[in-house]
Design a protein around this ligand. Sequence first.
Ligand SMILES: [Zn+2]
Length: 259
Amino acid sequence: MARSFPSIATDQGTKSKHMDYFIIQEDRSAGYTGSVDASHKWGLPGVHCPSCQDAWSGGANAYPSVDLTPVAALADFEPPRAESLEEYERLCALIRPLLPPGAQLEPGAGFGPLEGKAQGSFGQLFMYFDEVLLIQREALNKLQAEGLQGIKGCPTALRFRQRNSPELLELELLPVGRVHPKCLPPNPQPPCPRCGRLMHPLPDVLILDASTLPAHLDLFRLGDYCNVTICTGRFVEACQRLGLDGLVFQPVEVAATQP
Ligand SMILES: [Zn+2]
């Protein structure tokens, strides 16, 4: 029997309609020479999953504010490697109480400060491998003074061998928001129920699902494709007005959830 209910999804779609969203990428034309060779202090290993038979590691999810010191003696959080799903799940259980609200774990996720080498000149913002978003201290202060939401800068441990090195902080990006089903193949396969591995590569043309986009964040990464960093039009407008360079912003389509 068919019955129709008022659609909550449609209401949420309408709410997001006035907000513009953009994919953030490094501005390679900006003329800076900066480069970084670094990784997070701690990390989850990759996993070998008995269910989907894949050995994989995502690695784009990173929580630089999370200090694993309290649990570091209980497990090995350092060398990248592939572990059994059981060991991976044990490590996740140790880390979970230390995570900020809204965080999600995946194989290869990083924690703590970004450690390693950096050199050259940097814009106010810098995207490292399309995954890690770094910001200079004064730019962070300016963006926070704008009242933008979700702008959390965390210390890095980058070593510069030059004078006048900038203070670079890492912006912690929470995974939230999902791609719209209409940019995936018809009848998409669900993620692996054991390890969460996605069965589809990142679509060439992204469309975001309006009902999944957060009202409380101007900067975040996608929950399903976490190597995609998204910001609101408010964030873009603030960067342009304040003259904060180093990034390019590509508009992304947002579609209402189908009822
Ligand atoms: Zn799996």
